[in-house]
Design a protein around this ligand. Structure first.
Ligand SMILES: [Zn+2]
Ligand SMILES: [Zn+2]
Length: 779
């Protein structure tokens, strides 16, 4: 019997007695609508046998023994590169044993050099905790691995700085804790041999750009103490991992991508919930909700004895699925419902750990999770994964599907379509999902809105010398430093640039803004959890149903001033749905180009969104009970936007009738947002848009594309600077797409707030033709 990197038998049968095909058959049979199969496609991803190799010569016997198995080819290759001092990124599938690739060289060094240290950085505390357990299991003397994060008690921190040689932390802690007090870390930094960056594909967009500078600051401070670490990065499969890792670290990085671990066959089914019996023959038919469908499938999977994880896009959705599944299971077998839980980021540490443990031991059979679990929490032995709604990128889809079938077992993955054009398109066009590369991780360290604040942080840690600027981007950094001197943020002296203000620069890596809102049970004063301020109006408005661990609460009061929501336990048979309205107003125009029919602008805008009302809906049927108005303040985002207008006359002349204008503009807006990453090295999730047939500030049909981050992130500026190339590519993407009426590859958007409606693909091409005909070609 072969064993895998985790020492689990490779040919392990699923925990339940059913294989994936039989489980799928069982799920299918559980549906009541017998005439039409909900399964639109079944893709069989064949098993792959592993390629084990012998241990690299340099691997110490102590470690070989501690692991107790042979490495796979890709693990040995990456580990040897790192051992030889090359910066390396290993980008292979979930459960391919990436941790060995960095643990082996790092631990070998720690064993060989009793003073050497290793810093491990992960995007989530849960992942760091998992990694810590795996290091502790190896039981190596003198390594003293320790987690150093926001949860670490003050009294332990000093001990860790002095004695731990393998510190596990996150970028926020490096940024807020470690670098500002680098003197306390001097010995650790001097002997820093390896920096491990796990799940590095998580560092994208503005957050990724910030982290890129945190790593440059780390490199600078290590160098000050004569440390010269090698970087080892682990990534999910992604487009151009070497390029992304190199942008992230600022160093040349070699990629290892040929996955030599064994993989069990995956049966991947695309599932479209059935149409509901028509209540009103006049209205277009609707499908059963993906949440209800997923809850039913999860129920059947548990009854069949398989360990199943359901991914649900929203945290609220995950709670609903868990709650419905519990209820159904308890009806079938009293007590069985207790083996289902919900999981999301934002739970308190103890709750998270308890859930992870219970799933590992089998006390839990089913889990409904948001994508909090996408990031590497180590759950072994899942038989099936249900993906409720397309997660937005193929990289995420594969990451989620890869959760099933650990250790070579056969597995089932099911994508349950939501009732929207994008999901519908995907379940009927499997070629858009299978047999295509995944997206590249994008970030932009040259982004001026990130670079400026980060240079202030660096200067506050130690004055910037001219020689430092190369590290932070050369000429771009020089220009940013000059601007900071001009604005009074930094002070220039003969030896360099100084931060001379009281306190440290206030820089938030995640740019969420504001303190999280605490959810407190009125009767007991118990803190149930926290919600980020951006979601608090939607989730915690007065009257909202708030779900925590499948238990429901009603919000009595949302106190915005104190950032507290008071709730009481309740068991209503309705759910609540907040409605918000978004608007854009132009604050200042920075650039303006008038060509007659078309005008192009760059400027500052206020994006206003206000939660104005909520509906109560029956839990089972979705029937609307009533609508309540809310009196919440609007939330404003001051940011930068690029926008363009087209005269109604030009539209009409091109055959775009007034009734078609909203769909044409909306489709062009979506495609433009989708194509912007070509120009701006951003991510479509960092960008927002709004299109309207008549905007109050322009008096014309207008399309806005704005930075989704307070103060802007430089994306809109790049869009403006490259407008002709950008919109030209947008036009091409739409025109050459083989679909008839629009698809995710052209005009549909996974993040549309209007359910991808209306969209007019053909007329969007006309709109872009008008714009391109009038924008001047670059000289
Ligand atoms: Zn298309
Ligand atoms: Zn939209």
């Amino acid at each position: 019997m072969t064993t895998t990197a985790r020492g689990v038998p490779a040919a392990r049968q699923p925990l339940g007695a059913l294989g994936p095909a039989e489980l799928l058959h069982r799920l299918r049979a559980g549906r009541t609508s017998a005439d039409e199969s909900p399964i639109t496609h079944v893709e069989r991803v064949e098993a792959r046998s592993g390629r084990p190799v012998s241990w690299p010569e340099w691997a110490p016997p102590e470690l070989r023994e501690a692991y107790g198995f042979q490495p796979w080819e890709h693990q040995a290759a990456a580990a040897t590169l790192a051992h030889e001092g090359s910066n390396v990124v290993i980008a292979t599938g979930t459960a391919s044993g990436k941790s060995l690739a960095y643990q082996l060289p790092a631990l070998s060094r720690l064993l060989a050099d009793p003073r050497a240290t290793v810093l491990y950085i992960s995007p989530t505390k849960a992942l760091a905790a998992d990694q810590l357990r795996s290091l502790q299991r190896l039981g190596l003397d003198g390594v003293r691995p320790a987690a150093y994060d926001g949860d670490t008690p003050r009294e332990e921190r000093e001990w860790i700085r002095q004695h731990s040689r393998f510190v596990l932390t996150n970028p926020d802690m490096v940024h807020h804790g470690m670098l500002p007090s680098h003197q306390k870390w001097a010995v650790f930094l001097r002997h820093l041999a390896y920096v491990v960056i796990d799940e590095c594909h998580a560092y994208r967009g503005v957050f990724g750009s910030h982290v890129a500078h945190v790593l440059r600051r780390l490199r600078r401070m290590a160098a000050r103490y004569n440390g010269a670490p090698t970087f080892v990065l682990a990534s999910a499969t992604s487009g151009d991992p070497a390029g992304a890792a190199s942008r992230l670290t600022g160093l040349p990085v070699t990629a290892v991508t040929d996955d030599a671990s064994p993989r069990g066959a995956v049966t991947f089914a695309l599932w479209e919930p059935p149409l509901l019996p028509a209540e009103d023959p006049e209205l277009p038919p609707t499908r059963r909700s993906a949440l209800s469908e997923t809850a039913d499938l999860l129920t059947d999977a548990v009854v069949a004895g398989t360990r199943t994880l359901a991914f649900v896009r929203s945290r609220r959705g995950a709670e609903v699925v868990a709650s419905m599944t519990r209820h159904q299971l308890d009806e079938a077998v009293p007590g069985l419902g207790s083996r289902v839980a919900a999981y999301r980021a934002g739970y308190l540490k103890e709750d998270r750990r308890a859930i992870e443990r219970a799933l590992l031991t089998g006390d839990l059979l089913a889990l409904a999770s948001t994508n909090a679990l996408e990031l590497g929490v180590d759950l072994a032995g899942l038989d099936a994964v249900l993906i409720c709604g397309y997660p937005g990128t193929r990289a995420s889809l594969w990451q989620q599907a890869g959760r099933a079938g650990r250790a070579g077992g056969e597995a089932l993955a099911v994508l349950v379509a939501r009732d929207d054009p994008l999901d519908t398109y995907l379940v009927h066009h499997p070629e858009a999902l299978f047999g295509r590369g995944v997206e590249a991780t994008v970030l932009d360290p040259a982004n001026p809105y990130v670079l400026g604040p980060q240079l202030c942080c660096a200067a506050a840690e130690a004055p910037l010398r001219p020689a430092d600027l190369e590290l932070f981007g050369g000429a771009t950094a020089q220009a940013a430093v000059d601007a900071l001197v001009a604005s009074g943020a930094l002070r220039k002296r003969p030896t360099g640039w100084y931060w001379t203000h009281q306190g440290r620069p206030d820089v938030d890596l995640r740019g969420t803004g504001g303190a999280p809102v605490a959810v407190v049970e009125s009767a007991t004063g118990r803190l149930l959890g926290t919600v980020d301020p951006g979601s608090s109006h939607v989730m915690l408005h007065t009257g909202a149903v708030y779900l925590h661990q499948g238990a429901t609460y009603l919000v009595d009061d949302l106190d915005l001033e104190d950032a507290v929501a008071l709730v009481h336990a309740a068991d209503p048979d309705w759910s609540t749905h907040a409605r918000d309205v978004t608007d854009i107003s132009v604050v200042a125009v920075r650039e303006r180009l008038d060509t007659g029919p078309v005008s192009l602008f760059l400027g500052d805008v206020d994006v206003t969104s206000q939660v104005v009302s909520y509906q109560r809906r029956r839990l089972r049927t979705g029937e609307v009970i009533d609508t309540h108005q809310l009196d919440l303040p609007a939330r404003q985002l001051r940011t930068v936007a690029v926008w363009w207008t087209i005269s109604p006359g030009a539209l009409l002349a091109a055959g775009v009738e007034p009734a078609d204008v909203p769909g044409a503009l909306h489709a062009a807006e979506h495609a433009a947002i989708g194509l912007l990453p070509l120009m701006a090295t951003c991510d479509r999730w960092d960008i927002g848009g709004l299109s309207t047939a008549d905007h109050q500030d322009t008096d014309s049909p207008t399309i806005f594309v704005y930075d989704g981050h307070p103060g802007g992130a430089g994306f809109a500026e790049r869009a403006h600077a490259t407008a002709r190339a950008w919109l030209g590519a947008t036009r091409e993407a739409i025109a050459t797409c083989v679909c008839e009426t629009g698809c995710p590859s052209c005009v549909q958007s996974p993040k549309c707030g209007n359910g991808n409606n209306p969209l007019d693909k053909a007329k969007a091409i006309h709109v872009l033709d008008i714009v391109l005909a009038h924008l001047p070609r670059p000289a």
